[in-house]
Write a protein that binds this ligand. Structure first.
Ligand code: PGA
Length: 262
């Protein structure tokens, strides 16, 4: 794992964007795994800026999103379809036919989940998967005790996640769907590179447990200790509970130039 601690969420997001930009310049038809929530917004803003100002080309990219609420259609303002279009896709030249987001209105959810997995495989797998982390350590909507080998499926959100996400539903927990479709932890682990973004003190415990604690289904993000190329981009607040933060800073500061943005 690589732990990159930056002074603030902006600089951490810019550093993560450089990794994505470098991938796209080397592999214009890359497959990107994308995430929703407040955390990746600055990364998406930076990718939009790179597209507008530096011509970063997304025309040959394929995307797969991590998850979607069951019962919310693409027009629902809190659906992840809506989130992705308004915060990213509307501002880039991604081919709409190459965008994949789980269908929260699928009549046969199990079949839709299996088809989603098949599409990821047919596309060659994710070159990079962007992740946020829940305060309970979830990745995607893989809540504690999710199988570390799981694949795309329907899950039930924990009360903690329902409470965390109520802010997007006028603060009303009753409006937050209780079910979601999410890529599994096994699906995420198959990505060739993982970019984890975590900002703010509310994520500090989950970050420390994931990076320095034991690998455990109770802390789904800890599985990233098994990933060959997992990069954690943190702001200072999210890094406060890391015992070895000085060591991570030392490693990053002494990284050979050629290794940056890789
Ligand atoms: P957040 O959510 O970015 O809105 O904090 C992260 C997550 O739940 O994965």
């Amino acid at each position: 794992m690589e732990i990159i601690i930056q002074p603030d969420a902006e600089s951490a997001s810019r550093a993560a964007a450089r990794v994505v930009a470098r991938l796209l310049r080397e592999k214009p038809d890359a497959v990107l795994g994308l995430a929703t929530g407040s955390t990746p917004l600055r990364l998406y803003q930076e990718l939009i800026r790179l597209h507008r100002e530096e011509g970063l080309d997304f025309s040959r990219v394929t995307t797969f999103n991590l998850d979607e609420y069951v019962g919310l259609g693409p027009d629902h303002p809190q659906s992840y379809h809506h989130f992705m279009w308004s915060n990213l896709f509307d501002h880039l030249n991604v081919n709409p036919a190459q965008i994949h987001i789980p269908d929260g209105l699928a009549a046969d959810i199990q079949a839709a989940c299996a088809a989603y997995e098949d599409k990821i495989v047919a596309a060659g797998g994710m070159d990079v998967q962007v992740l946020g982390i829940g305060s309970d350590g979830h990745i995607g909507f893989n809540e504690p005790t999710s199988s570390l080998a799981s694949r795309t499926r329907i899950k039930t959100l924990t009360p903690q996640t329902v409470a965390d996400n109520a802010r997007f539903f006028e603060g009303d927990e009753a409006k937050v769907p209780h079910h979601c479709i999410t890529m599994g932890i096994g699906t995420i682990m198959a990505a060739r590179c993982v970019i984890m973004l975590a900002f703010g003190s509310g994520k500090a415990d989950a970050v420390a447990a994931s990076v320095e604690g034991p690998v455990a289904a109770m802390m789904p993000a800890s599985v990233l200790q098994h990933h060959p190329v997992a990069k954690f981009f943190l702001d200072e607040a999210a890094a406060t509970k890391l015992t070895h933060a000085p060591y991570y800073r030392w490693v990053y500061d002494h990284k050979p130039g050629w290794q940056h943005d890789v």
